[in-house]
Ligand binder design. Structure first.
Ligand code: ADP
Ligand code: MG
Length: 218
């Protein structure tokens, strides 16, 4: 489902060039769950960003769901992501002026889905937020906001779910509830899950763990 071949990623910064990823190659099978762990700055977010087509590698090839995304234009990348990739961030990234329902429906609306709101409502039910659909993000707890973000990431039934430290801003009990939902929804959809985490207990719930250090897999 995901193949990276000899991936390099460099950022230009004021302090000079940063080699965020150095010669990373990996394969993830369809339906697999893979944890990525490593110290802060080791390249975990960079790796996820490449897999999601949000950034392009400096060198190397990336194939996701049969599409070689390393060569696509920005427009083609946006088109590629739509409905295929669901992303969950540590800090939720909900749109503050939209209700929970609108936050979940917006990507489907952009895809021209006539049933966007019905689907969004069903997805919010699945994450246990039936009573919160007209609430705004500021009116929701952190755990509830992350469940909205989960519903938003999954509502279009993506083949690939990318989660970047999704429990990083939550207490451990709330974090466990959110990850239980994440794994349950992944299994139900038979989606492929890449989960970045600092939490070894959480990583152990994935099929396998990849370790990054200084931009390299060990
Ligand atoms: P992690 O998620 O493991 O903490 P990142 O992938 O965010 O690591 O970052 C890897 C390295 O790339 C770090 O040294 C970081 O400072 C650098 N980096 C990340 N994003 C940028 C950017 N947009 N510009 C310059 N350097 C960056
Ligand atoms: Mg990171």
């Amino acid at each position: 489902m995901i193949t990276l071949q000899n991936i390099f990623l460099q950022y230009a910064s004021n302090a000079g060039q940063v080699n965020a990823l150095r010669d990373v190659s990996l394969n993830v099978a369809a339906g697999e769950s893979v944890a990525i762990v490593g110290p802060s700055g080791s390249g975990k977010t960079s790796l996820l960003t490449l897999m999601g087509g949000l950034e392009k590698p400096t060198a190397g090839d990336i194939t996701v769901d049969g599409v070689n995304i390393s060569a696509l234009s920005e427009d083609a990348l946006a088109q590629f992501r739509r409905g295929r990739i669901g992303i969950v961030f540590q800090s939720f990234h909900l749109i503050p002026t939209m209700t929970a329902l609108e936050n979940v429906a917006v990507s489907l609306e952009l895809m021209g889905d006539a049933n966007a709101f019905e689907k969004a409502q069903q997805e919010l039910y699945k994450v246990g937020l039936a009573q919160r659909i007209t609430h705004y993000p500021a009116q929701l707890s952190g755990g509830e906001q992350q469940r909205v973000a989960l519903a938003r990431a999954l509502v279009a039934a993506p083949r690939v779910i990318l989660a970047d430290e999704p429990t990083g801003n939550l207490d451990s009990e709330t974090g466990r509830q959110v990850t239980d939902m994440l794994f349950a929804l992944q299994r139900e959809r038979q989606a492929t899950l890449i989960l970045v985490t600092h939490d070894e207990v959480l990583a152990a719930r994935c099929d396998r763990t990849l370790r990054l250090k200084d931009g390299q897999l060990s």
